[in-house]
Write a protein that binds this ligand. Structure first.
Ligand code: FPP
Length: 282
């Protein structure tokens, strides 16, 4: 958080936003569905791939701001298992952009102690992309700052299927298959994101109210934030606004305000008890 305040000067348009953020209530993990590249390009009568290219800048600035805020994890949805349905030239451009990003940003990631990881069915990536991705992951593996998860050839359902199959494979290997019982813990620890806390805040750009098969298991209690801003226009201001909105939310995890699970701060519990009593005696 201190590093963010150093980067924002009084008079800067983000100064007040940055000052308003409560450093003790930051999300540990932000996940982002980076949507709207095609529409951004369409509005400018440019080819769709120009939108993807313009999406690199916000990736860079979002990674920088999350690192400066001292967040633990940022997960970016870069390519879904369904994205193979797009024209071949668009898919190839996305691979080229990923390779460009890795090459350009590696020194900056190293300088800022940022660790890179990739989640998804990575075996299906073109060999050259996979090699360069693995090299980036390996080169940053000892960094201890922000973890950036790039979701590539990722699908939430595919991830759960892969997790269950990994559990079954392990049980076959160690001979425990006959008595195997799967529970929430065994699935959570077999997901691609096993070592990360679940996302606290899920941001989607470009206004669509969909989850699009992203982190289906992990977002069970995430706060959702949808902005009309198209991804290529997503700035530090948008990110800080999303975090401020997150800090206004009352996260109850299925319980009640205040975390006691019983009495809301406004004393309404007494009314509830009176009502329950009335129902019992009726
Ligand atoms: C969705 O917009 C975006 C994608 C499928 C690709 C996201 C890729 C980038 C932001 C650039 C590269 C990323 C990295 C991490 C280097 P869309 O094409 O579905 O937009 P539309 O809904 O307006 O058509």
């Amino acid at each position: 958080m201190k590093a963010l305040l150093e980067a924002v000067q009084p008079g800067d348009k983000d100064w007040e936003l940055a000052q308003s953020i409560d450093p003790s209530r930051l999300p540990a993990h932000i996940a982002i569905i980076m949507d709207g590249n095609g529409r951004w390009a369409g509005r400018r009568r440019l080819p769709r791939v120009a939108g993807h290219q313009a999406g690199i800048g916000p990736v860079r600035s979002t990674v920088e701001t999350c690192a400066r805020l001292g967040l633990k994890v940022l997960t970016l949805y870069a390519f879904s298992v369904e994205n193979w349905k797009r024209p071949r030239t668009e898919v190839e451009t996305l691979w080229r952009l990923l390779r460009y990003y890795l090459k350009q940003e590696l020194p900056e990631l190293q300088k800022n102690d940022i660790r890179l990881q990739a989640i998804g069915r990575l075996d299906a990536l073109p060999a050259q992309v996979r090699r360069e991705l693995d090299a980036g992951v390996e080169a940053t593996s000892n960094n201890r700052g922000l973890l950036v998860n790039l979701a590539i050839n990722y699908g939430g359902r595919a991830e759960i299927v892969d997790a269950v199959n990994a559990i079954l494979d392990m049980a076959r290997l160690d001979g425990s298959i006959a008595s195997l019982k799967i529970d929430e813990d065994s699935i959570a620890t077999s997901l691609y994101t096993a070592s990360s806390p679940d996302p606290d805040l899920l941001i989607r750009t470009s206004g669509e109210m969909r989850i699009s098969n992203f982190l289906l298991w992990q977002i069970a209690y995430a706060e959702l934030y949808v902005t009309e801003t198209l991804w290529p226009d997503f700035t530090r201001t948008d990110l800080l606004q999303a975090i401020l909105e997150y800090q206004k939310r009352d996260r109850r995890y299925g319980g009640l305000s205040g975390g006691t699970g019983r009495r809301p701060a406004n004393g309404a519990a007494r009314t509830d008890e009176t009502l329950i009593e009335a129902l019992r005696s009726s």
